[in-house]
Each structure stands twice: as structure tokens, then as C-alpha cells.
Design a protein around this ligand. Structure first.
Ligand code: TRP
Length: 347
């Protein structure tokens, strides 16, 4: 099997402002992975377009998400930060993958079924093809590791299937062009962290989400100290004190969630938190949790405000990121064109 150098790619859609679930579930891992890997972090505006976006909002949401990446600790010197539509390789490779992937594969994607709902006839073609673009995002850089949430595992499997089918279908041409037996790596999902699933503060069985109607259900990265304290105070819990062992959190979704958030914010384990707080009631635990959250989140919110006050600075980071992304993806796209038989006049 061909050995591919390790490279990390991930992205988020600029459709909403970031909340604690995105931060603890994804961003923290992105930031950590910079220590060990070459990382590319993308603002996937082309994916956002699969459902209607007000043009001006898409622009400002894209800048805001880039600012959030940086404020959370993604270092634009070390990692590549850019927006997807600025690098044409994504669209180009997505087309090739549209011709590799099968209708049947895409029809089975649960995210499409959920997002399209009952009225499939009226869903955009882009929403259907969403996973082939996602495969192109990753494979345009021949990325090997993809930090994502649980809900994206199926899309990652599809990206592997596409890579595999491309490698098989074009094996002779891949070899003829001197690329060994496989051109694309099979990218691995990377699902980590104690709080990968941060649940709603109103219902411990549902994921924290931007689409839940009540704002009390989530901590937004831009919430101020008062809002954070109020949301934790009002968070749903049961009347029992905290258990001393992790076992005792079973069947107590809300308690489990708050302990998980606490552990993730402190970069420790639930067991550690319970060793300290077991036997205490929520009246005592919640204010400490709120204080911890404020301590962790307020510098991020402040940095976001600082960055957003100067859009030119964010745009400069994104422009430089897009240049670096093009440098990596450009030669790969050229090779793909040669492999599939697209004429490149003069080459
Ligand atoms: N589909 C991902 C999500 O909604 C976003 C995404 C797009 C992505 N392209 C990607 C994630 C490539 C990882 C790698 O969360």
C-alpha cells in the first residue's frame, strides 16, 4: 500500500455563529492537532450554499467563522486557513468525484435525507452532491486525517469509498503516470475528546445546536459573562446531588452533560471532576461551572471582537491561506486531470 504523508483537513460551514458544542467538540481538537500535524482548516462556504443564504450574510458569516478559528487558537502562521470558494480545486475535483460516486451511495446519506425532508424534489442538486464536494475538500490535499463530529462519520466513509473507487477505476492510468498503485489516501475520521458531544442545556438527549429555538439551550461563543451564568443557572438538571463515580451518571443525561462540559473546559476527565464534586448539589456546581466557562470563553470572545473590528486583517489571512492552499492542491489537480484524461494543452 502506498504510504501518504500525514495531513489534517477539516472545515465548518459559515451558516451560524459558533457555540460551545462546536468549540469543545471540534475546535479544541483542531488547535491541538497543530502541535503534531500540518493542518488545513477551511471555511466551507460552497457547502453553505447548498441551502439558501442571503449573500451579504454569507460574506459576513464567512469572515466571522474565520475570526472564530483564529480566536479559538488556530494559528494562521502554522496552519492554512482559507475559504473554500477561493480555491477552484474544490469545485474541479468535486466534478470528477460526481462522476466516480454512484447515485445509490448518495441516496443513502442520512444527512441528505434529514435536510431534504419530505420534499426531496425541491432540494438543491448541491445538497444531494454535498458529500462529493466534501470528499474533494479532503482529497484535493490528499489529507489523511479528518477531525469531525460523530455525525460526519458517514460522509467520511463515503470519501473513502470515492478514493478507493478512483484508485481502482484508474489504476492503470495511475501507474502509467508514475504514481504507484494508489493516487488517493483513504482518509481517516478522527473523533476525539471527552466532550465531543455537547448536549442542549434544556434537554440532555439532544445535541447542542444552533437550530434549537431556545437560545437558553446553548452557550454561544460571543455570550457575555451574565448570559453564560444565566444559561447554566437555568440549565435543566435532576434534583439529586452529583455522584462520586462516572457510573452514577448513567440515565442522568443532563448531569452527565454538565460534568462533561466541566471536564472538557478544564481539560480533565469526568472521573476527576466527580472526585472533587461528588455529593455536591447543582446549586453549588453550576456557579463554578459558569465561572470556568466565562474564564475560558471570554478571552476568545474578546479576540473575536478585536478581529472583526478589522475585516482587512481577516481578509489578508484568508488571502494568504488561499495562496498556500492553491500551492498544495494545484499540482494534485493537474495530476488528476492527467490521470482521468483531461487534455491540458501544452503539457
Ligand atoms: N460537512 C461538514 C460539517 O457539516 C463540514 C465539512 C465540509 C467538512 N467539508 C469538510 C468537514 C471536509 C471535514 C472535512 O460538519
Amino acid at each position: 500500500m502506498t504510504k501518504f504523508p500525514e495531513r489534517v483537513f477539516s472545515g465548518m460551514q459559515p451558516t451560524h455563529s459558533l457555540h460551545l458544542g462546536n468549540y469543545l467538540g471540534a475546535m479544541i481538537n483542531w488547535v491541538k492537532m497543530q502541535e503534531t500535524h500540518d493542518c488545513i482548516y477551511c471555511v466551507v462556504d460552497m457547502h453553505a450554499l447548498t441551502v439558501w443564504q442571503e449573500p451579504e450574510e454569507l460574506v459576513s458569516n464567512s469572515r466571522e467563522l474565520a475570526a472564530a478559528y483564529i480566536a479559538c487558537g488556530v494559528d494562521p502562521e502554522r496552519s492554512v486557513i482559507f475559504n473554500q470558494s477561493a480555491v477552484s480545486a474544490h469545485a474541479e475535483l468535486a466534478w470528477v468525484f460526481n462522476c466516480v460516486a454512484r447515485m445509490g451511495w448518495l441516496s443513502r446519506m442520512t444527512q441528505f435525507k434529514e435536510k431534504a425532508g419530505k420534499d426531496r424534489e425541491n432540494a438543491s442538486v448541491g445538497l444531494f452532491a454535498y458529500p462529493t464536494l466534501m470528499a474533494a475538500d479532503i482529497l484535493a490535499y490528499r489529507a489523511t486525517h479528518v477531525p469531525v463530529g460523530e455525525d460526519q462519520k458517514q460522509h467520511l466513509e463515503l470519501a473513502r469509498d470515492i478514493a478507493q473507487k478512483f484508485n481502482n477505476d484508474y489504476s492503470a492510468s495511475i501507474a502509467a503516470h508514475g504514481h504507484g498503485e494508489a493516487y488517493f489516501p483513504l482518509p481517516e475520521p478522527f473523533i476525539t475528546g471527552p466532550a465531543t458531544r455537547v448536549m442542549s442545556l434544556r434537554d440532555g438527549t439532544k445535541k447542542m445546536s444552533k437550530s434549537e429555538a431556545s437560545d437558553l439551550s446553548r452557550i454561544n461563543m460571543t455570550d457575555d459573562a451574565d448570559a453564560i451564568a444565566q444559561k447554566f443557572r437555568k440549565a435543566r438538571t435532576d434534583p439529586e446531588p452529583l455522584p462520586s463515580e462516572v457510573e452514577g451518571l448513567k440515565e442522568r443525561a443532563e448531569a452527565d452533560n454538565l460534568v462533561g462540559i466541566f471536564a472538557a473546559l478544564r481539560d480533565t476527565t469526568k472521573a476527576d471532576v466527580l472526585a472533587e464534586y461528588g455529593g455536591r448539589g447543582f446549586a453549588e456546581f453550576k456557579p463554578v461551572l459558569a465561572e470556568l466557562a466565562v474564564e475560558r470563553l471570554s478571552p476568545i470572545a474578546a479576540e473575536m471582537r478585536r478581529l472583526l473590528a478589522d475585516p482587512a486583517e481577516i481578509d489578508a489571512v484568508l488571502a494568504r491561506g488561499a495562496d498556500r492552499a492553491r500551492e498544495i492542491a494545484g499540482p494534485i489537480i493537474d495530476e488528476v486531470k492527467d490521470i482521468v484524461g483531461f487534455l491540458r494543452p501544452g503539457h
